[in-house]
Design a protein around this ligand. Structure first.
Ligand code: ADP
Length: 351
């Protein structure tokens, strides 16, 4: 950064030059007016000239120094009051403009920081509201039906009792699911959370995850196709977290789609990356929600989620885990045509 010495140095030099110039002019005036070269006359003329010039010079300099200084001071006062959006505008392009720019940049930085804090605070509040809202319904149901059972169990027949108990079980499961997802979400969000990476065959790993979901896939009569290379594909990843991330995509495909859809799982790779593609031709996700669907509590249809028991945290957790592996997840979907998730992971391991 330039130092603020140039202007002051220039003004000092100008003052020196002016003093010498005035002295010479005073001598020239004496010679031209053919007055006797009395030194006191020279000094008299010199002082008059220097007086007028100093006055004019002071006016120019005050415009060049005091005006920008006042503007800077005004700006600093605004910042003191918390108005960080204020901009110090100077006409001059000298060192004061550098100071003003540095202050403007500082204020913009603080303003951005404050905006970010406000946004974080809003999303934190929203998160707490969403959690309370999502926990309220199942817990209210559990409380309501168990109180009802407690009071009237004697006059109820067996099927009635069974029905109410089933509602209690379903709602407790929902609440439990939400709490588990919340726990994972906050755990992954912590800055000090570390993945336990292992060098494993990614293809074998995917086959094992699929095997777990095969009974459900068959129960819903999905037409499935798995294109997974036979040869081992060694990758550095955390099997526990990766399983959580990918299971979520299988669970969603099963949960949110009807029967008889097509499900395709494919693993492709190059020297530098591995790509897992999970696609279905089910109900799809509306375009306007595709960007925000990875945010917490974002759902296509909240009422549908309460039936399916989804917490709205699944895709958010999946994305977090993929990001932590330095990978990326891309969603492509069309309503009524289906959904494709593409996960790309770097092959050169942890960077
Ligand atoms: P949840 O944990 O509640 O299942 P997710 O974050 O996993 O929530 O998913 C967010 C929303 O995305 C779901 O509410 C669902 O509507 C939609 N969704 C996710 N995957 C699919 C899919 N394969 N087909 C249709 N909709 C899906």
């Amino acid at each position: 950064m330039k130092k603020i010495s140039h202007s002051l140095f220039a003004y000092t030099v100008i003052v020196d030059i002016l003093v010498i110039l005035m002295f010479l002019i005073a001598i020239i005036i004496m010679i031209l007016t053919k007055r006797d070269n009395d030194i006191s006359n020279v000094f008299f003329t010199f002082f008059i000239l220097i007086g007028v010039t100093t006055f004019l010079f002071a006016r120019v300099v005050s415009g060049k120094i005091l005006k920008p200084l006042n503007e800077i001071l005004k700006g600093v006062h605004q910042y003191k009051e918390g108005n960080y959006s204020h901009k110090i505008v100077l006409k001059s392009k000298n060192e004061y403009a550098i100071v003003a720019k540095a202050l403007n940049d500082l204020a913009t930085g603080i303003d951005d920081e404050k905006r970010l804090t406000r946004q974080l605070e809003t999303s934190r509040k929203q998160l707490v509201m969403d959690i309370s809202h999502d926990l309220k319904n199942p817990l209210a149901n559990v409380l309501g039906y168990s109180t009802y059972l407690q009071k009237d169990i004697k006059r109820m027949d067996e099927s009635e009792i069974h029905n109410y108990l089933q509602i209690i079980v379903n709602n407790s499961t929902r609440a439990n699911h939400l709490i588990e997802d919340l726990f994972d979400f906050t755990k992954l969000d912590a800055n000090d959370y570390e993945l336990h990476l292992e060098e494993l065959d990614f293809c074998q790993f995917i086959r094992e995850v699929i095997m777990e979901y095969l009974p459900e896939i068959e129960e819903k009569h999905f037409h499935y196709e798995f294109i997974i290379p036979e040869e081992p594909l060694i990758l550095s990843f955390s099997p526990k977290e990766m399983k959580r991330a990918i299971s979520n995509l299988f669970e969603n495909a099963i949960k949110y789609n009807g029967h008889n859809i097509e499900l395709k799982v494919e693993v492709i790779y190059t020297q530098r990356m591995v790509r897992l593609i999970i696609s279905d031709n089910g109900i799809g996700i509306p375009k306007e929600l595709q960007e925000s669907i990875f945010s917490p509590f974002k759902r296509v249809d909240p009422s549908r989620n309460s039936k399916t028991g989804g917490s709205g945290l699944g895709l958010c957790i999946t994305k977090k885990i993929i990001d932590m592996h330095n990978g990326c997840i891309i969603l492509q979907s069309d309503v009524g045509k289906g959904t494709v998730f593409r996960i790309t992971l770097p092959r050169d391991g942890w960077r």
